[in-house]
Design a binder for this molecule. Structure first.
Ligand SMILES: *Cc1c(COP(=O)(O)O)cnc(C)c1O
Length: 422
């Protein structure tokens, strides 16, 4: 694709974009009577217009049926509501349906997965992760280490970019795994790094981890619905994600887990159990003796959060229709266009720290602004740009292929350039 620095080019791209029509399925926040340039789908995805209907259907069933809604809801019986989400979720993360389930929230799920997959011994107890991981992941890891009696200061191996670089080299990750070898119990990496937007090589990390005898899991908060994933083929032991970023399922919405099928029926794995993970046929016998359901379902604790799951379902239906591959194709163009425009400014104070190879990133670009970054960010906000500021000097922007347009990208560039020039 040969990009052009003009509004007309952007408009033509929108006209030829087969996914352009999906923008109309979302509520776009307004600024002074016009659509915002909403570039924070990496933080909170926009609301599909269909979400209200899905939630109202559940409210109606609750209103009319009370407890009977568990089995006799007119729309979707609540008893196995998670099953309505499974197929679409599996498609999005590249897993078998039995390997995924929606439940709880991300950090809770991360803890549950570590209960099962972080089993330290006296000699193999370290956790390897990316330096500067999302704080919640760092806190979860530190507290798990302490819970098992280890000192985080000596038990976390962090991998950082080389001096003067912003992204972590896969070769450095693999070398570190080989060096630390049998001291590593667990490798926990982001799928897409929340700050830089780097998309890690899940398959290579998993392979190296397994060769070293470690378990390997991923936090896909910034990857799910953003980049195509092949979790099953990657061989990862587990993964977790949230649904409110690229999956547009509402603030604090129900999140999800992946457990590889080779663990589906392994009774040796420790786990924290609850009645919703117990065999469905036996569940209401209310008896002693936990019998886990096969696959990821066996990790469920509680009965389904139906209202949140309804919002999740509304959004997943859109993903099912669009498909991750067309979405990714548009995403590469949209983000590529933003990169092209930013580079055309040739401004020494501005630097994109996200990988330049589209294969190594999702839709987000992290832009370092060396001087007056905060002031420039505030100027953007005043012009109706919704972006994200991260101390000390980064503006994160995510043109989301489901609802952002090439015109959004061009208008952002124009506003950004003006703010820099003044
Ligand atoms: C957004 C995000 C979280 C948030 O965790 P919640 O439990 O959903 O509040 C955690 N980890 C990563 C990597 C994230 O990007």
């Amino acid at each position: 694709m040969i990009f052009e620095n003009s509004l007309q080019f952007a408009k033509n791209q929108d006209q030829n974009d087969p996914l352009y029509k999906y923008r109309d399925q979302f509520h776009i926040p307004q600024h002074e009577g016009k659509d915002c340039i909403y570039f924070t789908g990496n933080s909170l995805g926009l609301q599909p217009k269909s979400t209200r209907k899905y939630i109202e259907e559940e409210l109606t069933d609750w209103e009319n049926l009370g407890v009977e809604g568990h089995f006799h809801a007119e729309h979707r019986p609540w008893f196995h509501y998670h099953k309505f989400l499974k197929e679409a979720l599996a498609g999005i993360v590249g897993a078998k349906p039995e390997e995924v389930v929606s439940m709880n929230n991300l950090t809770s799920n991360l803890h549950l997965m570590m209960v099962s997959f972080y089993q330290p011994t006296k000699t193999r107890f370290k956790i390897l992760m990316e330096a500067g991981a999302f704080p919640s992941d760092q806190y979860a890891v530190e507290s798990q280490l302490r819970f098992h009696g280890f000192d985080p200061a000596t038990s976390v191996i962090e991998i950082a970019p080389r001096n003067g670089e912003h992204n972590i080299r896969t070769e450095d990750i693999i070398t570190k795994i080989e060096q630390e070898g049998d001291s590593i119990a667990l490798i926990l990496f982001g799928g897409v790094q929340y700050y830089t937007g780097q998309y890690f090589d899940l398959k290579s990390i998993t392979k190296a981890g397994h060769n070293a005898g470690a378990r390997v899991g991923f936090d896909l908060a910034h990857a799910v619905g953003n980049v195509p994933l092949n979790l099953h083929d990657s061989g990862a032991d587990f993964a977790v994600w949230c649904s409110y970023k690229y999956l547009n399922s509402g603030p604090g919405g129900v999140s999800g887990i992946f457990v590889h099928e080779r663990h589906a029926n392994n009774p040796e794995l420790p786990r924290f159990a609850g009645w919703w993970g117990h065999s469905e046929e036996e569940r209401f016998k209310m008896q002693k003796g936990f019998i886990p359901m096969a696959g990821a379902d066996g990790w469920q604790l509680s009965n389904v959060n139906v209202l949140s799951s309804a919002a999740h379902l509304a959004a997943l239906e859109i993903f099912k229709e669009v498909g991750m591959n067309p979405l990714r194709a548009k995403s590469e163009l949209l983000t590529g266009y933003l990169e092209f425009l930013l580079n055309s400014m040739d401004n020494k104070l501005v630097q994109i720290i996200t990988p330049t190879n589209p294969k190594d990133r999702g839709c987000q670009l992290a832009i370092v602004v060396r001087e007056k970054g905060r002031e420039i960010f505030d100027a953007l906000t005043q012009k109706g740009v919704v972006a994200d500021w991260r101390e000390p000097e980064v503006i994160r922007v995510a043109p989301v292929p489901l609802y952002n347009t090439f015109e959004d990208v061009f208008n952002f560039y124009t506003i950004f350039k003006k703010a820099l020039d003044s």
